[in-house]
Design a binder for this molecule. Structure first.
Ligand code: FE
Length: 315
């Protein structure tokens, strides 16, 4: 549980960027631009590229490598004083912090950064002074644009080993606040996910048990429901594999679907997430993962086959 100290202390402002190590840069270029509707920035050929979605110069760093996984989560603080405050807390908590060089900061287009790991070993970067883009962001693909800027890029869901320890780390070190939990059974799988927020976005960060990768999924949010449907169509017709069909979550009320990225982990594309007001927000535990939808498509295919067999018998 969070103490009053954790609730009041200065912490991260937002989920600022994600770094992915990917084995197929070309596939990610197509996916990022043609499916998600982001723009390529800082293209360095076979050394990777960035993706832009709002006034931040970039929100994703796509870097080459065999892992096909999350390489780092970038958390933004509002200046050098806030950065040092978090560094002091991390060190006092016995966590190892490495200062990024000027070159490291330049590579991320920020004024300064430090690196550390969370209790599950997920690489984290803490930075201030992000480079902003000169002109406003307009996507010809996701026309309503993305809910980002002060709310950060969206959310990321990572693997934890010990949920209690993980929650305490993010609350006490980074100042994230608890949004809620989802605990239930879903088609034979036990789901136990903790959701935390850094600003008014319902959650910038969540974690639960995982399997083979550090990341479960990341989410980006658009301003119009139709842009979710249009992305769904683009993804289906591009031969993309849906992981969970359209649906709505009970906690953040996000209307969304999930698909496989070219790296095998998932993305969520959503609309309509609720915002949190810390004055009135009461964390709860939800006993379902979706109010409707978010079905694995293979189950729908099975149901369809069964129904068709029944109909064929009647004819
Ligand atoms: Fe999500």
């Amino acid at each position: 549980m969070l103490g009053t100290e954790a609730k009041q202390m200065s912490g991260v402002l937002q989920l600022g960027y994600l770094v992915f190590e990917v084995s197929d840069l070309a596939a990610w270029k197509d996916f990022g631009t043609k499916i998600l509707g982001l723009h390529i920035v800082g293209d360095q050929g076979n050394r990777g590229f960035g993706l832009r979605m709002d006034q931040h110069f970039q929100r994703f760093f796509i870097e080459p490598g065999p892992a096909d996984d999350l390489a780092a989560v970038g958390w933004e603080v509002d200046g050098p004083v806030a950065l040092e405050a978090v560094v002091d807390r991390l060190k006092a908590g016995g966590h190892q912090v490495t200062r990024g060089t000027a070159e490291d900061a330049a590579r991320r287009n920020v004024d300064a950064l430090v690196r550390f790991e969370d209790p599950a070993g997920n690489p984290c970067e803490l930075y201030h002074g992000p480079k902003l883009a000169g002109e406003s962001f307009v996507s010809e693909v996701a026309r309503s644009g993305f809910v980002a800027d002060e709310q950060g890029l969206g959310h990321v869901v990572v693997v934890s080993k010990n949920a209690e320890e993980h929650e305490a780390f993010y609350a006490n070190m980074l100042g994230l606040k608890l949004s809620d939990y989802i605990r239930c059974e879903y088609f034979g799988h036990k789901i136990d996910v903790t959701f935390m927020h850094a600003n008014s976005r319902h959650h910038s960060f969540a974690f639960g048990d995982g399997r083979d990768k550090r990341i479960h999924h990341f989410m980006v949010q658009v301003h119009a429901m139709d842009d979710v449907g249009l992305c769904y169509d683009r993804f289906l017709f591009s031969g993309g594999m849906v992981h969970q069909t359209l649906g709505r979550h009970p906690n953040d009320k996000m209307f969304s679907f999930y698909g496989y990225t070219p790296s095998g982990f998932h993305f969520e594309f959503g609309y309509g997430g609720v915002e949190v007001d810390d004055e009135t927000w009461e964390p709860t535990t939800h006993g379902i993962v979706s109010e409707w939808g978010h079905h694995p498509p293979q189950l729908l295919t099975k149901a369809y086959r069964r129904a068709k067999q029944e109909r064929d018998k009647q004819d």
